[in-house]
Design a protein around this ligand. Structure first.
Ligand code: UDP
Length: 313
């Protein structure tokens, strides 16, 4: 059955990948984005599709749209340099944004999915991170605008559910990469690939022994769709990420093996509050989302991502 679906942040990296999947399943998709970090290039080719609408709007302000079946709330700057550029704007986007979207979900009796993050675990003292872990966030640090903003957004979702019966779903996304990432995102995967392609210095922060687990975007989108289609009583939060953990040095070695380059590696200071390790426990996702787990190995995903960046830089 064709659904009318709102995707906030639909011109961003994950949003644009999600929008394509939803359109491929014969839905009508309304993409709301104020292009703060989202990019018109990501959705330009969709503008001629009658099942796709684009609205340039900031979700800090209320929004009125009728007959929605589902809302996916992704809108928020998500990479550390972007969300730290105006931290108060980031907090407003997280909190006023989800409040406006929860109100819209209520008016439409729509299901709303909040795109939360592994950042709610802060610099985790429990490894791998399970959904019951309450996190280790510095509330006055430079990452707090995003971490605490996303934590409060989760609180609002669950309170709307308890107080008003809003149909919610909450996912916690771990590091994701793939085509349609912003070359200026400032994240490790995009930075290292672009630096290697351009022969520029490869910037490693700290000593490169910190870890992350990288999920290819198609695997993530599959998890998102399964979560939206899960039984109404399953609200989450559920971790969606790839449990294979790599040091940043290992990621750098792999990228340098895959790209022929003269780049040299330079080590820079580790940014403040940068988590030292991160890896999702995906036991719940596997169980509740019909055996969902990431399928695309890092090498294969990086190959597709390198091809994408080669085509746009
Ligand atoms: N990082 C790095 N070089 C870069 C960008 C990031 O070494 O050019 C490090 C960063 O300090 C962090 C890890 O790579 O430890 C992942 O950073 P990213 O910004 O991709 O994501 P997040 O910190 O939000 O997980």
């Amino acid at each position: 059955m064709k659904k009318r679906i709102l995707v906030t942040g639909g011109a961003g990296f994950i949003g644009a990948n999600l929008v394509r999947r939803l359109l491929s399943e014969e839905n009508h998709v309304i993409c709301v984005d104020n292009l703060y970090t989202g990019r018109m290039e990501n959705i330009e080719e969709l503008l001629s599709n009658p099942e796709f609408e684009f609205i340039n709007h900031n979700i800090i302000e209320p929004l009125y749209i009728d007959n929605l079946d589902e809302i996916y709330n992704l809108a928020c700057p998500a990479s550390p340099p972007h969300y730290q550029k105006s931290p108060t704007y980031t907090t407003k986007t997280c909190i006023l944004g989800i409040l406006n979207m929860l109100e819209l979900a209520n008016k439409n009796h729509a299901t709303i999915m909040q795109f939360s993050t592994s950042e709610v675990y802060g610099s985790p003292l429990v490894h791998p991170q399970v959904e019951t872990y309450r996190g280790n966030v510095n509330p006055i640090g430079i990452r707090a605008c995003y971490d605490e903003g996303k934590r409060c957004a989760e609180t609002l979702c669950f309170d709307y559910n308890r107080e008003f019966g809003t149909q919610i779903k909450v996912i916690r996304i771990f590091n994701t990469y793939g085509p349609m990432m912003d070359p200026k995102d400032g994240r490790v995967v995009s930075n290292l690939i672009i630096q290697a392609l351009k022969g520029e210095d490869i910037t490693l922060y700290g000593d490169g022994t910190q870890t992350r687990s990288f999920c290819y975007v198609d695997d993530l989108v599959e998890g998102i769709i399964r979560m939206m289609n899960s039984t109404q009583d399953f609200l989450g939060p559920v971790n969606l990420g790839n449990p294979q953990e790599f040091t940043i040095n290992e990621l750098k070695d792999l990228i340098l093996e895959m790209i022929d380059t003269n780049s040299k590696v330079v080590y820079k200071d580790l940014p403040k509050d940068d988590p030292l390790q991160r890896k999702p426990d995906i036991t719940i996702a596997k169980k509740v989302l019909n055996g969902w787990e990431p399928k695309i190995p890092l090498r294969e995903g990086l190959k597709k991502t390198i091809e994408y960046f080669k085509g746009i830089i």
